[in-house]
Design a protein around this ligand. Sequence first.
Ligand code: GDP
Length: 449
Amino acid sequence: YFFDKLSEAMSDISQTLSGKQRLTEKNIAKALKDVKRALIDADVNLQVTNGLVKRVRGKAVGTQVVAGVEPAQQFAKAMYDELVEVMGGDPGADEAMQTRFELEGKVILLCGLQGAGKTTAAAKLANYLKVEEKREPLLIAADVFRPAAADQLRILGSQIGVDVYVEDNCTDAVGIATRGVSTAGYDVYVVDTAGRQVVDDALMTELVDIRKAVSPDETLLVLDAMTGQDAASLCARFDSTCDLTGAVLTKLDGDSRGGAALSVRAVSGVPIKFVGVGEKLADLEPFYPARMASRILGMGDVVSLVEKAQKKVSDADAKAQMERMTAGQFTFEDYLAQTETLASMGNFAGVAKMMPGFSGIDASKIDAAELKAKRAKALIQSMTPKERRLPDLLIRDKTSISRMTRIGKGAGFDLRAAQTFIAEFQAMRTMMARMAAGPGASSPTKPPS
Ligand code: GDP
C-alpha cells in the first residue's frame, strides 16, 4: 500500500521516543529524517515535503509530553494535523460536512489526459449522484477524439442504469455538450470530454469552448495518482485555463506512491474532491483530508469503515448482534452475517486496509485472511441450524468429535480444519465477552441450551 514507508517510520518513532519527557530538536531529528525520506519516496513534491517537515518540527519541538500520552503519539498528532492542512484542511467541527459531500449545481464537466480514467470517473460520478444523492443524472459523451469513448460510456451507463447522451458520427464536441445539457428530464449533467496524450492547444481550446457553451458549475480535472507529483503540476496548468473547481484522483488503489494526494492541493490550490479506489463503478469516494491523513499514517480509517458497515446492516440487527457478543452468546450465524457484511462491502482487501492495524499489511496476508473467511463460511454452512445457533454443542469433547468430523467433511475439509476453526471461534467468543465485561470480570454467562 502506498505510504507504507511512512507508517513504518511512524512505528519506529514510537520506539525512539518511548519514555522521553519532552520532544526536542535532537530526539525527533531521526524521525523527521525518516518522514522526509518516506514522503519523497512516495513522490510528494519536494517543496511540499520540506514545508511539511519544517512545520511538524516547529510544532513538535519543545512540547512537553502530556501525562498519559506516548511521546510518539504526540509527534503523530503533529504530523496528522499538518497532513490534513496540506490536503486542504478539515471542515472539522461540522460533522455533517464530514459525512456528506454534495456537488454543487447541475452541470459537471470532466477533463483530463487520455488514460487518466476520465470516462470511468464520469460513470462513477453519475453512479454516486444517483445512489448517494438520489439525483437523476445524464451522462454526455462529448469525447469525439477517442472513437471508442462514446461506446464505453454507453456500456458503463447501462451498467448503472443512467442514461447516456450520444450523437453518433458527430465530431462537434461543443454542439454535443450544448444539446446534451439542454435535454429535459434530468437534474444533473455529467459531461465527458476528450483527452489527449499531452496538454496541447487543441485540447485547451476545445475545453474553453465547451465551458463557454455549457457554463459548468463544476469543472473537475481527472488525475491519475500513478503520475505522482506530475499530477500536481498538470493540475496547475489546467487550472490556469479552465478554472477548475476540483480534482478527481484515480487509481489510488494501485501501486501508486500516493504523492499526488499530498501535492495536488498544495501545488495548484485545487482541492481533491473525489478519489477512485478501484475499477468497479462503486469505487469512488468523496475525499476527506482528515481521513486520508489517518490512512497515510497507518492509523486506519475507522470512520469510513464504520460508515460502510452501517449502510449494510440494519441498526436492529447490529444491536442484537452486539448484545449477543457482549453476553458471550455470539453464534455461528452472527459470525456468518458479519463476514457476509464484510464481503458485501466490496473487495475484502479494500475494506481490510481501512481497519486499524491492517494498513501496512501486504496483499498476500490479505489474501490469506480472505481465504480464511471463505473456509469459515463453508464450515458454518456445513453445520446444522441448531449447531449454528448453539456453539456449545461443539465444545471439544468426545461427543462433539463426530459432529466436527461431519462438518469438516461436508465443507470439503477434514476434522482438523473444523476443530481449528471452531476452537478459534470459541476463544474469540469468550474474549469478546470478557472485553465487554471489562477488566477483572469473571467468565461469561453460558448461553441457554
Ligand atoms: P480515459 O482515457 O481517461 O477516459 O480513461 P478510462 O476511463 O478509459 O480509464 C483507463 C483505465 O484506467 C481503464 O482500464 C480503467 O478501468 C482504469 N481505471 C480508471 N479508474 C481507476 C481506478 O480508480 N482504479 C483502477 N485500478 N483503475 C482505474
